[in-house]
Design a protein around this ligand. Structure first.
Ligand code: DGY
Length: 323
């Protein structure tokens, strides 16, 4: 039996690669010397595409794959995709938020605790011998009983809220649409920032959320406030963030994501009141395996005519006429 053709813009974890190679004729665009010529030669045969949200997927590329029915994305984010072109063609999109939400939520809490308790500085304090020379490390700030604002209460935001409850935090959130939850929804981001000690950003990236954590939001969080970002660097006004941190108008930032990656802005990296992580919130063996397996399982469901496991509702991302 002939195997269906699968275009791959990014590789998968080894166990998942074995499965796709067994099930499909795999076309490795990611290994092509001339990607455009490769797509022109093999795109027409492909009904499916496996990729990662960090690889751009343009309208022009989609045009070279006229039979495409599914884009199986091995990440939560997909801001580099032409979503309007996908929606117009009725091409299904799947992602992996369901597989990575626990790790990303853990990382949000990790950054919050590390920032609040001065973990990075404390580690250096022990290693450098300063503890011996200077005595007790400066007192830090308690987490229990403080107020957390979550920006974006999707799968990841909810996983953060559940963890934060265990740490004794009071939770409020902002979300584009109304949500029925045990937590308090606040309609305005500046108000949320003003009313909390820490703001954790867990929104999808892309044009709709660019700069949503504005200068006003950052300043409302204030000199004692902490901003944690596990979404995309684009959601935060980076210039305003750097200025506020440098001037002490924002207390601290815990960042897993940056406007430019991996060359994070040097003025940001130089600041002492920033705790940094290299866009690695989902970077565990278990989760990366689970994300890759979800790609394999979504492709299998598509070709078997079964419901997709983790479809993305494109209507929530593509503006309609009049919006
Ligand atoms: C995601 O899944 O979108 C993460 O940022 C890792 O790429």
């Amino acid at each position: 039996m002939t195997k269906p053709d699968l275009m791959m813009l990014h590789d998968l974890r080894p166990r998942a690669m074995v499965q796709v190679e067994a099930a499909y004729t795999v076309h490795r665009w990611d290994r092509a010397d001339d990607p455009a010529a490769f797509l022109a030669a093999h795109g027409a045969a492909c009904r499916a595409l496996a990729t990662n949200g960090h690889v751009p997927l343009t309208r022009e590329m989609l045009t070279a794959m006229p039979k495409l029915g599914i884009v199986a994305c091995a990440s939560a984010g997909f801001e580099g995709f032409d979503l309007a072109a996908l929606a117009e063609r009725g091409i299904a999109l799947t992602n992996t938020s369901a597989a990575l939400c626990d790790d990303v939520a853990d990382t949000a809490i990790l950054l919050l605790l590390a920032a609040r308790r001065g973990l990075v500085g404390a580690d250096a304090y022990v290693r450098s011998g300063e503890w011996v020379r200077e005595g007790m490390y400066p007192l830090q700030r308690r987490v229990a009983g403080t107020r957390l604002g979550i920006v974006g209460l999707g799968t990841i935001g909810q996983a953060i809220a559940r963890r934060a409850e265990v740490f004794g935090l009071q939770i409020a959130f902002w979300n584009r649409s109304a949500k029925t939850t045990p937590w308090r929804q606040v309609a305005d981001l500046v108000t949320l920032a003003r009313e909390c000690d820490h703001l954790v950003v867990a929104l999808a990236g892309g044009p709709a959320t660019r700069g949503i954590i504005s200068r006003e939001v950052i300043e409302a969080l204030g000199p004692e406030g902490l901003l944690v970002n596990v979404s995309r660097g684009s959601t935060v006004d980076q210039e305003a963030l750097i200025e506020a941190l440098a001037a002490g108008r924002l207390g601290h930032a815990g960042l897993d994501v940056f406007e430019e990656e991996p060359t994070a802005e040097p003025r940001l990296v130089a600041l002492r009141n920033v705790t940094l992580y290299p866009h690695h919130a989902s970077g565990t063996v278990e989760t990366r395996d689970a994300m890759a397996q979800l790609v394999v399982d979504n492709l299998a469901a598509f070709f078997a005519g079964r419901p997709l496991l983790t479809p993305v509702d494109l209507a929530g991302y593509v503006p309609r006429a009049g919006d």
